[in-house]
Write a protein that binds this ligand. Structure first.
Ligand SMILES: NC(=O)c1ccc[n+]([C@@H]2O[C@H](COP(=O)([O-])OP(=O)(O)OC[C@H]3O[C@@H](n4cnc5c(N)ncnc54)[C@H](O)[C@@H]3O)[C@@H](O)[C@H]2O)c1
Ligand SMILES: [Zn+2]
Ligand SMILES: [Zn+2]
Length: 347
């Protein structure tokens, strides 16, 4: 089969590799019908994730058709259409029993395209298939379901839910990439009074309006603190969500929160950020961090099946599976191309 193989920082190739086979009896082999690229894949290609080694097939999001199952797989059947989640769950360790699948101790967690071969391929081996795949609901397009593999649960669980958004809140979201936009959509489910999106790229702020932000701030020429204060009688945001992954964005997110407010960090950070305890100690704030667990995946699949939620607007660009070079190029120049999620379809 063909797959997108990582060959060290800056090097990747769509090349011939062995088709995966069942290794453990709880595995399934899934034919990939649609897959996508995550910002995390760009981090890997920069060399920021050294656990990813030469020869690894990238990708941790897919919708596909089950081709083969191991003898220990009970519920997933050959021919089933499934969502392959970015998080694999053994289903039986302490953390899986607490729905904290991202922290799985039994060989799961974020492993696809990281510690084992991933989904940017014609076929993928999915460990713990019963607890790591979800049936695709009837009447929902592959590309909508694909957005549930990573970005929708991430924005919702690590942003909206960790931030404890409740009706009437003013929610500030720093960073309007796919993850920030997912946090905006997720927060809208709780009827906030305002959702303020803050970014440096005009294309991303345009998108934020489509995804439910009623106020957008380009922080290159507007002060987000002033805007948020003007909406909150000078107090600050009830919930502030960091969806960038830089010290500047984290420090901005912290400064935007009111006394007693929640600051939910989603961004993957590569360097230390300053925590201003000298001003925060008196403010009663709650700061959370997190890796997505994907316990909300069934919720999003039901919202899509009930047509309560339109995830198709994330899919801005479409390619065939063998067009990974072009797809990575468009995705990595998102501020220019307007790319949110690029979808690669089996033709
Ligand atoms: N915690 C998790 O489980 C998890 C899961 C997936 C992704 N992530 C992380 O979430 C972050 C966002 O992901 P994404 O795919 O949306 O990334 P992205 O790069 O597409 O979007 C980030 C956005 O932030 C904007 N930005 C940069 N600096 C800014 C600043 N100082 N102020 C305001 N905006 C700024 C950029 O213009 C861009 O639009 C990344 O760090 C990613 O690795 C975390
Ligand atoms: Zn991802
Ligand atoms: Zn587990």
């Amino acid at each position: 089969m063909k797959a997108l193989v990582y060959h060290g920082p800056g090097r990747k190739a769509w090349e011939e590799v062995p088709t995966p086979t069942i290794i453990d009896d709880t595995d399934a082999i899934v034919r990939v019908d649609a897959t996508t690229i995550c910002g995390t894949d760009l981090h890997i290609l920069k060399g920021d994730v050294p656990e990813v080694t030469d020869g690894r097939i990238l990708g941790h999001e897919a919708v596909g058709t089950v081709e083969q199952v191991g003898s220990g797989v009970k519920n997933v059947k050959v021919g089933d259409r499934v969502l392959v989640s970015c998080i694999t769950a053994c289903g039986s360790c302490r953390f899986c029993r607490e729905s904290r699948y991202g922290q799985c101790l039994g060989g799961g967690g974020w492993i696809l395209g990281h510690l084992v071969d991933g989904t940017q391929a014609e076929y993928v081996r999915v460990p713990f298939a019963d607890t790591s795949t979800h049936a695709v609901p009837a009447g929902v397009s592959d590309e909508q379901v694909l957005m549930v593999a990573d970005i929708l649960p991430t924005g919702y669980e690590v942003g909206t839910l960790n931030g404890h958004v409740v009706p009437g809140d003013v929610v500030a979201v720093v960073g309007a990439g796919p993850i920030g936009l997912a946090a905006i959509m997720g927060s809208r489910l709780f009827s906030p009074s305002h959702v303020v999106a803050i970014d440096l790229a005009a294309t991303r702020l345009e998108a934020a309006k489509q995804f439910g932000a009623d106020v957008v701030v380009n922080s290159t020429h507007e002060d987000p603190l002033e805007v948020v204060r003007s909406l909150t009688d000078g107090l600050g945001a009830d919930v502030s969500i960091e969806a960038v992954g830089t010290p500047a964005a984290f420090e901005l997110a912290v400064s935007l929160a009111r006394a007693g407010g929640h600051i939910a960090n989603i961004g993957v950070h590569g360097e230390p950020a300053t925590l201003h305890l000298e001003t925060l100690w008196i403010k009663d704030v709650t700061i959370t961090t997190g890796l997505v667990d994907t316990f909300s995946t069934p919720t999003f699949l039901r919202l899509l099946a009930g047509h309560q939620f339109d995830a198709s607007k994330f899919a801005t660009h479409h390619f065939a599976l063998d067009e990974f070079e072009q797809a990575y190029d468009v995705f990595s120049r998102a501020a220019e191309t307007g790319a949110l999620k690029v979808v690669l379809h089996r033709s």
